[in-house]
Design a protein around this ligand. Structure first.
Ligand code: RIB
Ligand code: CA
Length: 345
């Protein structure tokens, strides 16, 4: 059993955020302290609604879901319904949540929690970094108060997924990303954020057979077939609600990746970042100084890593340079299958 982890999660749920959140709910050693909802894949209110519904589906209605910023720090919000669907969860139609969004502001919630439990909490960021940047502005000691930080964001010497050079999270709010990396500059290596960027997260490539394996692991009697030759938009009839909703999300995500010539697969970026934060997958990192472009229009949100000290500036990140996709999917399917059986079996 991995070491206990207490997480503050900030996400823009989204299909891979949903997979990450469900995975975290399957981990007994993970304490979900709070889930904050940043605008990105969809708007903040829809992200929060998705988070509430997912936590209830995963048996965790107790976890507070908060909203902070409604837009990036300096540029207008751009969402991506084509990637994650109009509600951010593909074809899934989650039950209307019973719970309500936390009455206070997400940024204040994060700061209060970090101050109350110095050195104990890990921040997992799978969205544009707007809320985290605002929290750092309000509490500059946050890097010291947190036990650790894991970020899904950026791409380093690897093509972007939003512009030719920029990854989605850093492109939606480049100014926030720049402020976040600047806040960690010069801290001891163990305090630098672990950064899961496209060159490592696109190796975590979910395929239809993984969905079939998940349904089997969850005890579904009928094989869960999500296949490229099926009509688009087909809805799952899996007997297990968690499997059914995840299958409907992933079908949409497979279709999106195929439409952009990546094959009938799904890059589940945020799941990998969540497993890194939970300490349940192996990975290697390289220390670097990260720059986020905030001025050149064609390069907005582009991230560059100086691994060799050529800029003469202190490092501010530990970028994942090695991971193990097969092990990551074994972990995901085993864990989510057990959760699905335990809650809905
Ligand atoms: O570029 C991938 C990232 O952008 C993931 O976090 C995905 O959910 C989107 O937010
Ligand atoms: Ca995300």
């Amino acid at each position: 059993m991995p070491q206990p982890v207490s997480l503050l999660l900030d996400c823009d749920t989204g299909i891979d955020d949903a997979l990450a959140l469900a995975y975290l709910c399957s981990q007994p050693h993970v304490e979900l302290v709070a889930v904050s909802s940043t605008p990105g894949n969809v708007d903040a209110e829809q992200v929060a609604r998705n988070n509430l519904a997912l936590l209830e589906l995963c048996g965790r209605p107790d976890v507070p879901v908060a909203i902070g910023a409604r837009a990036p720090l300096e540029i207008p919000l751009v969402t991506t319904p084509e990637t994650h669907g109009p509600q951010g969860i593909g074809y899934a139609e989650l039950p209307e949540p019973q719970g309500r969004v936390y009455a206070g502001d997400a940024v204040e919630l994060w700061i209060e929690a970090a101050r109350a439990r110095p050195g104990e909490l890990t921040a997992l960021l799978t969205a544009p970094l707007t809320n985290f940047a605002l929290a750092l502005r309000a509490e500059p000691r946050l890097p010291e108060l947190l036990r650790g930080v894991v970020i899904m964001g950026g791409s380093y010497y690897y093509q972007g997924n939003t512009t030719p050079t920029a990854e989605w999270n850093t492109h939606v709010d480049p100014h926030a990303a720049a402020e976040v990396f600047a806040a960690f500059s010069g801290l001891p290596e163990e305090k630098l954020p672990v950064v899961c960027a496209l060159e490592s997260t696109e190796r975590i490539e979910m395929r239809p057979e993984h969905v079939e394996d998940l349904a089997r692991e969850a005890g579904c009697a009928v094989p869960e077939l999500v296949l490229p030759g099926q009509p688009e938009g087909l809805r799952s009839t899996a007997s297990n609600p968690l499997v059914r909703h995840l299958s409907d999300m992933l079908r949409f995500y497979f279709e999106f990746h195929r439409a952009y010539d990546q094959g009938y697969i799904a890059h589940v970026h945020d799941y990998f970042a969540a497993a890194v934060a939970a300490g349940t997958v192996r990975y290697g990192t390289r220390t670097a100084t990260v720059h986020v472009e905030t001025a050149a229009p064609r390069l907005l949100g582009t991230t560059v890593a100086d691994y060799r000290g050529l800029w003469g500036e202190a490092p501010n990140a530990r970028i994942v340079s090695e991971n193990h996709p097969g092990e990551a999917f074994d972990e995901l399917i085993r864990s989510l299958g057990a959760l699905a059986r335990r809650i809905h079996g």
